[in-house]
Write a protein that binds this ligand. Structure first.
Ligand SMILES: Cc1cc2nc3c(=O)[nH]c(=O)nc-3n(C[C@H](O)[C@H](O)[C@H](O)COP(=O)(O)OP(=O)(O)OC[C@H]3O[C@@H](n4cnc5c(N)ncnc54)[C@H](O)[C@@H]3O)c2cc1C
Length: 514
């Protein structure tokens, strides 16, 4: 009873601020916002859905939430894969009306955007000015937002050269979840006389506090992002390994990094099974069945001048063809409708279609994701460990799920010694399979954490599994809680993540010995 009246009162006060069009407690709205792309989770209905347009409105909503002690969860595009942007009860803040481009500063190479803008919209505008943020955001970038990318420490296209989304962030404007709904800016913009042209040098790096935080430390309303002149000369080449053996991948990746350097925009390795699956579904098949001998390297190069690009192309060919471990590959060997690599042109559409087109080929419903980063020298070992885990734990997988990690050998190279291993397992949105799926999902993530992996989007399932694996020391966990308490004294923003349910809750009861 008390809860109903609290929610009703809060609703009324929010309506006074936003007007009737941008707040709802209707069932069809709650249902529409009840999921991410994460079948293992049950549908979860928020009490109130709000769509603020300005930072000040967000701040007012936060004050009301504190007044009635109602929890809140921020949401951008809702393209999360790990239960991050839904809320059981409480207030769900849909930030997609905060989608303005406030400034594109070509002289000083930065831009200011609302955190609810999608990658697709922002990059299309930047392209017109010959500019880019370097990293192009995630595969879901036509729907996913900048705020989601910063909060999920997203890896995406061109991450090999430009890093993760937080790596291009010069600062943020954030509403803290405290009773005053305090608005702060970080980076150079924390100097109220400065433009957000750099990240460090005015105060400690408080931007980092909000990066990869899965929305538990504050509600990001504006982002200050680095800009780069978009190198106009780009090329892509594919090379297939002659054997289905990952032992050479590290060596080749390492060499490309060293010798092609800044020309290397993106480096991915796609598993051979991807080509078999795509071939099975291709309409315009070549007459000869493709000979798929191993994984395929996709190498994207970029340069400011065609002559420089030609050198990069030559160097790449030299590295790839040395020792006869790969051969040049063309997508036309699988699908006659695909363009030859010599005719390849960069388009945003192709980038953002990639995941939908290829990752969704199989296994169906493969979205209990376990994507994680490992040190590149441990690539082969980590891929083997993943395969071994699936074989050993075969009986614990949900029924009909393939007992192997399709795409667990899909790799994306990042700057320095980082590499992403993309992977996951199938999940059904059915009550009978939910517990089995959740159990093996968490167990697999714990296994990865214990071989030293670092994940990126953490949402609920991954952040909780990291705690279960015992990754955080008691000292770190105390520090973490103290930092959160400083910005969120009533513990209202994004509960449940990291197995945090209150500041007194003992996280050690969630430790799991496998
Ligand atoms: C087909 C597909 C492909 C994908 N490809 C990739 C990929 O290549 N790389 C990758 O990293 N991810 C990928 N993802 C996962 C996901 O889409 C991305 O991580 C994306 O960046 C999430 O953005 P979003 O706006 O949808 O965030 P949401 O799902 O809305 O939110 C993600 C998290 O951020 C928090 N949050 C969102 N906005 C804010 C804000 N303004 N302030 C504070 N907290 C906030 C939420 O509470 C939640 O915890 C993919 C997903 C799909 C479905």
């Amino acid at each position: 009873m008390l809860k109903i009246s609290k929610v009703k009162n809060a609703y009324k006060e929010i309506e006074d601020i936003l007007g009737t069009d941008f707040v709802s407690d209707k069932d069809f709205m709650k249902a529409a916002y009840s999921r991410n792309v994460d079948p293992a989770f049950p549908d979860r209905w928020a009490d109130i859905i709000v769509k603020p347009e300005t930072t000040e409105e967000v701040s007012e909503i936060v004050k009301i939430a504190n007044k009635y002690k109602i929890h809140m969860v921020p949401r951008g595009g809702g393209a999360d894969l790990v239960g991050g942007s839904v809320s059981e009860g409480g207030i769900l803040l849909d930030l997609t009306r905060m989608n303005q481009i406030h400034e594109i500063n070509v002289d000083d190479y930065y831009c200011i955007v609302g955190c609810g803008i999608t990658w697709g919209s922002m990059l299309s505008e930047l392209q017109k000015k010959g500019m880019t943020t370097g990293i192009l955001g995630p595969g879901s970038g036509f729907a996913a937002t900048i705020g989601g990318g910063l909060s999920n420490a997203t890896v995406g296209f061109s991450s090999t050269k430009y890093g993760l989304v937080p790596d291009i962030c010069l600062g943020v404007e954030v509403v803290l979840p405290n009773p005053d709904g305090t608005i702060i800016r970080t980076g150079a913009a924390s100097n109220q006389y400065a433009s957000p042209f750099c990240r460090y040098g005015v105060s400690p790096d408080f931007t980092g506090l909000f990066m990869g935080d899965v929305g538990i430390m504050g509600i990001k309303t504006k982002a200050f992002l680095r800009l780069f002149p978009d190198p106009p000369f780009k090329a892509r080449r594919y090379y297939m390994l002659l054997k289905d053996d990952y032992s050479n991948v590290f060596k080749i990746g390492h060499k490309l990094r060293k010798e092609v350097g800044d020309g290397l925009n993106d480096l991915m390795v796609w598993p051979s099974i991807l080509f078999q699956l795509v071939y099975a579904q291709t309409i315009n098949k070549p007459s000869k069945r493709p000979k798929v001998t191993g994984p395929v390297f996709s190498v994207t190069l970029e340069a400011t001048d065609q002559r420089i690009l030609d050198v990069y192309l030559e160097k790449t060919e030299e590295i790839m063809m040395k020792d006869n471990v790969t051969r040049p590959f063309e997508w036309q060997e699988i699908d006659l409708d695909m363009v030859l690599s010599k005719d390849w042109k960069f388009t945003l559409k192709e980038e953002f279609n990639f995941f939908q087109k290829y990752i969704s080929t199989a296994p169906p419903k493969s979205s209990c994701t376990t994507c994680h980063k490992v040190a590149i020298s441990r690539l082969n070992e980590s891929v083997q460990k993943g395969v071994q885990f699936n074989l050993t734990n075969q009986k614990e997988f949900p029924p009909k799920n393939p007992p192997y990690p399709v795409f667990a050998s899909f790799l994306m190279f990042l700057p320095n010694g980082n590499c992403v291993i993309v992977g996951g397992l199938g999940g059904d949105n059915t009550d009978e399979n939910r517990e089995t799926t959740m159990n093996i999902w968490h167990k697999k993530i714990r296994h990865q954490v214990r071989y030293g992996a670092a994940h990126y989007w953490l949402g609920e399932s991954i952040s909780q599994s990291i705690v279960e694996a015992g990754a955080y020391t008691p000292e770190f966990m105390q520090f973490f809680k103290d930092m959160k308490k400083a910005v969120d004294p009533n513990f209202l923003l994004s509960p449940n993540k990291f197995h945090m349910y209150s500041y007194d809750h003992d996280y050690t009861e969630h430790l799991v010995k496998d």
